[in-house]
Write a protein that binds this ligand. Structure first.
Ligand code: BEZ
Length: 221
């Protein structure tokens, strides 16, 4: 199964039914009205993936606070996922409580264009390509809002994934954008679409560095 067209920012996230470490998952029902961070792992019992899943497991309460469900994917069976999840807890101290899709035939990886076309060594025992490290940020309307892709050899940064969620959610709530290396609590940029008179109403204390670069604080949550 392939995606109907290219998956881009603004595209509706394709839905699917698949086995997972938490039983059968209907993606549409799983996502319901929540944000979802959906991320792929090449394979179970691999070192980089083990460290990543431990980190995501430890950060899961922060995602939950923001109304975000985590959903992993790895190209192995649910039985292998079960054993691996025990290893992850032993090695990292992180207990994976979110589902990991068992994508042994790459149906879902193909649907989300997660297949590795770059690294000829990133293949399974049948020489079927495994996945890259994709991260899809999907909003409560099931719209894809951000996509990040890493090669299999580069572990992700779980804090960066959380930071992107914070930026997307702040941008949905206020007419702002977030600058380089922004973290919650720091000043944001007044959106370009907001002219000064409106900016004065929305952000009375905004400051202008250049007409195109205006900073403001946001109310603390
Ligand atoms: C890893 O998780 O360590 C890994 C998996 C596939 C290819 C390269 C690294």
């Amino acid at each position: 199964m392939a995606a109907k067209g290219p998956l881009r920012l603004g595209t509706e996230a394709p839905t699917f039914v698949a086995d997972s470490s938490k039983g059968k998952i209907d993606f549409k029902e799983f996502a319901a009205d929540s944000w979802v961070v959906f991320f792929s792992h090449p394979q179970d019992y691999t070192p980089v993936c083990t460290t990543e899943l431990g980190a995501f497991a430890k950060l899961e309460p922060e995602f939950t606070k923001r109304g975000v469900k985590l959903l992993g994917l790895s190209a192995d069976s649910t039985e292998r996922h079960e054993g691996w999840i025990k290893d992850i807890a032993e090695v990292t101290g992180g207990q994976v409580n979110f589902p990991i899709i068992a994508d042994y035939d790459r149906t879902v990886a193909n649907l989300y264009d997660m297949i590795d076309y770059q690294d000829p060594t990133n293949i399974d025992h049948k020489a079927l390509p495994l996945t890259i490290r994709s991260v899809f940020f999907i909003d409560p309307k099931r719209t894809i809002r951000t996509i990040i892709s890493y090669p299999a050899s580069t572990g992700r940064n779980a804090s960066e994934v959380l930071r992107v969620v914070d930026s997307l959610q702040a941008g949905d709530k206020y007419k702002i954008a977030t600058p380089i290396d922004w973290l919650p609590g720091q000043d944001v940029i007044v959106a370009n679409s907001v002219k000064d008179p409106e900016a004065k109403e929305l952000f009375p204390n905004f400051r202008t560095i250049k007409p195109y670069l205006r900073y403001t604080a946001l109310p603390q949550a």
